[in-house]
Ligand binder design. Structure first.
Ligand code: TRP
Length: 337
């Protein structure tokens, strides 16, 4: 089809500081692979970070730190547009227009708000409630066709589709492109805690032994894998036999994701062996992946001026794409003509 819109990928990540293996295998390496498949925009969602308490003195340095981590992991600012959300005011402006399109009933169904606000719903910020509408603005501003996100964000992409279609319909325009949750970049691994195979690897886990940070030394990586929780059984031949063995499944999944092999390939090599043999292989593979990333990150993070320059250039490029779309949205609702 000749008039088909080209693929445009967009995704964001909150600048919470401290990236770990879960972020890398679950999202970032997939973004890296997508750079060769499509036009990509990636941003640090600093406006979203404000929906819960943040430390003002840390927010911008977290944005830089996260940008450095993304670049160290392979996001190439020459190929992809990398920027901070707050540096492109059109996000916030479009979010307002979309808040007037989205319905309260739609937001009331958002499970992430329910989880994040918990029992303290009345005390949650209004921003936390309208968070998904800002996310819709992030996506629709760039007419992104594909939005790589994890399972927990799919509902927000679905909401974005609904908002896009209602806006187009209400104002009789063909402006917003309903996005697809994801395509491309290969599969992402769901990385679980090293201490509990049933909970996600997370920055907020009080035990540092539960996760591998992008800044961990080789020794610390090896130690965390050595101490990782496992079971006494040897590795099975069949992937289905990993059911009910969450810790074993996690380590096999990590090894497969890091080496680029399938679960079947990994098991065919290690079946019958115990974790005494498998864990050192996992640690070696992790060090081979992470050591160069850590070293690049170490160099980049000290150059705040260079990082700010990269982010500014990214914001300028993003504005070029987003500003005309915002202008059309303002015209559609009658603010301008
Ligand atoms: N809400 C996303 C998360 O927590 C981050 C995000 C903000 C995002 N805006 C986005 C992801 C737009 C994809 C597209 O992971």
């Amino acid at each position: 089809m000749t008039n088909e819109k080209p693929m445009r990928v967009l995704s964001g990540i909150q600048p919470t500081g401290g990236l770990h293996l879960g972020n890398l295998l679950g999202a970032i390496l997939r973004w890296v692979r997508m750079q060769d498949e499509a036009e990509c925009l990636f941003f640090l969602a600093d406006l979203h970070a404000l929906t819960v308490d943040v430390e003002p003195s840390e927010l911008h340095s977290n944005v830089r730190e996260m940008a450095a981590a993304l670049i160290a992991s392979g996001i190439d600012p020459g190929k992809s547009t990398l920027f901070a959300q707050s540096a492109v005011p059109a996000h916030a402006e479009l979010a307002w227009l979309l808040q007037c399109t989205a319905r309260i009933g739609w937001l009331n169904r958002m499970t992430q708000f329910k989880e994040k606000s918990g029992k303290n719903r009345e005390g949650a910020s209004v921003g936390l409630y309208t968070y998904p509408v800002l996310q819709a603005a992030d996506i629709l501003l760039y007419q992104a066709t594909h939005v790589p996100v994890g399972e927990d964000q799919k509902q927000h992409v679905e909401l974005t589709r609904d908002i896009a279609m209602k806006f187009n319909n209400d104002f009789d325009v063909e402006l917003f492109v309903p996005p697809e949750p994801f395509i491309g970049g290969g599969t992402a691994a769901r990385v679980m805690s090293l201490r509990d195979g049933n909970s996600k690897m997370s920055k907020s886990d009080p035990s540092d032994m539960s996760r591998i940070n992008l800044t961990d030394s080789d020794d610390s990586i090896a130690q965390k894998i050595r101490k990782a929780k496992t079971d006494p059984e040897p590795l099975p031949v069949e992937p289905s036999a990993l059911e009910g063995r969450p810790e074993a499944r996690n380590l096999v999944g990590i090894y497969a994701a890091v080496t680029g092999e399938s679960i079947e390939q990994v098991l065919s090599r290690f079946a019958g062996q115990g974790f005494g043999a498998f864990k050192p292989a996992v640690a070696d593979a992790l060090v081979a992946l992470l050591a160069p990333i850590r070293d690049r990150l170490e160099e980049l993070r000290h150059d705040a001026a260079e990082l700010d320059r990269i982010l500014e250039a990214g914001a300028a490029r993003a504005s070029e794409i987003g500003t005309p779309v915002l202008a059309r949205a303002k015209a559609a609702v009658g603010l301008t003509r």
